[in-house]
Design a protein around this ligand. Structure first.
Ligand SMILES: [Zn+2]
Length: 304
């Protein structure tokens, strides 16, 4: 992990960035000797990563991260509980932290070329949710009551690049919401394929639009969203099988997880994927309070 965190072999102080750092092997921590001295001169490998302040040792964290990125349909907190020997509740929190490392932080830049845009509906358990949670998720009454709307943007494969997907939970499918979620992810000038819902939010000044006409009996060449259809079925298999009851409030974390595996599968083995996620574990934090909205650990948040 030290090698992944500091590939040049020079440990850096997370507080001040100095390389004037030594490893104290007895205490198993690093110490910063930069002048003037500051708070928290001693730090562990975990400081400044998703593992910060976790009482769980890296010897348990690393296998959990390995399983999370490499189990095709995801892994449940109950499986982690049995495999690693932590409580199910701790395992749940570990997995949510792990998913943060899998979150797409736009480091790959905007998507370009041939792009598919499509939405799907997930869930339907909202009737069991408290009103406050329902408001928090902007879930609507009416026809698709309780279903979360998930927006997918897929960059098609080229000779030099495998396909990539970006996925996000959106409150509705209005023109404003669609445009503000598509624009940051897609380069100007790209070709966008979508179904006829796309005619509501098309941006002809910025993109070339190809609209799928489902009423037509034939497939019109490149104008389809088959790549995203394929991703939706993978996503729903994971959500339906492994994660039996995902709260809508946490849905985006499971979506990030599936998108990470999807984007990091071609020409990568389990070890490559593990290294990739560990690189993204740095510079991110997720506290229990942020995760659950509770300041102290209360009852088990959910059963999966
Ligand atoms: Zn320092």
């Amino acid at each position: 992990m030290a090698n992944l965190r500091w590939p040049d072999g020079k440990p850096k102080c997370p507080a001040c960035g100095s390389e004037n750092v030594s490893y104290l092997s007895n205490a198993k921590v690093y110490k910063c000797f930069a002048k003037p001295a500051h708070d928290k001169v001693k730090f562990s490998l975990k400081v400044g990563t998703i593992f910060e302040e976790s009482p769980i040792g890296l010897e348990k964290w690393l296998p959990v991260m390995w399983m999370l990125v490499n189990c095709k349909n995801g892994i449940s907190s109950w499986e982690i509980h049995r495999a690693v020997g932590v409580t199910q509740k701790t395992a749940w929190f570990m997995l949510q932290r792990g998913r943060l490392a899998m979150q797409d932080d736009l480091t790959g830049g905007k998507l370009g070329g041939e792009i598919e845009v499509d939405e799907t509906f997930i869930g339907g358990k909202a009737r069991n949710m408290h009103k406050r949670d329902r408001r928090r998720k902007n879930l609507k009454g009416g026809g698709s009551a309780g279903k979360a709307i998930v927006l997918g943007i897929l960059e098609r494969e080229t000779e030099s690049k495998p396909k990539r997907v970006r996925v996000t939970v959106v409150p509705d499918r209005t023109k404003a919401v669609m445009q503000e979620n598509v624009r940051p992810h897609v380069e100007t000038g790209s070709q966008i394929y979508s179904d006829d819902a796309g005619s509501q939010w098309r941006m002809d000044d910025e993109y070339v639009h190809g609209i799928v006409n489902h009423a037509e009996a034939y497939v019109n060449g490149n104008i389809h969203t088959n790549g995203l259809e394929n991703f939706w079925s993978l996503l729903k298999r994971g959500l339906g099988g492994t994660y039996i009851s995902v709260e809508p409030f946490h849905l985006f974390r499971y979506i990030d997880e599936q998108a990470f595996r999807y984007n990091n599968r071609k020409d990568m083995n389990d070890s490559d994927r593990f290294i990739e996620v560990m690189k993204h574990a740095v510079g991110k934090r997720l506290t229990y309070a942020e995760l659950t909205g509770k300041t102290e650990e209360g009852p088990t948040p959910e059963s999966n």
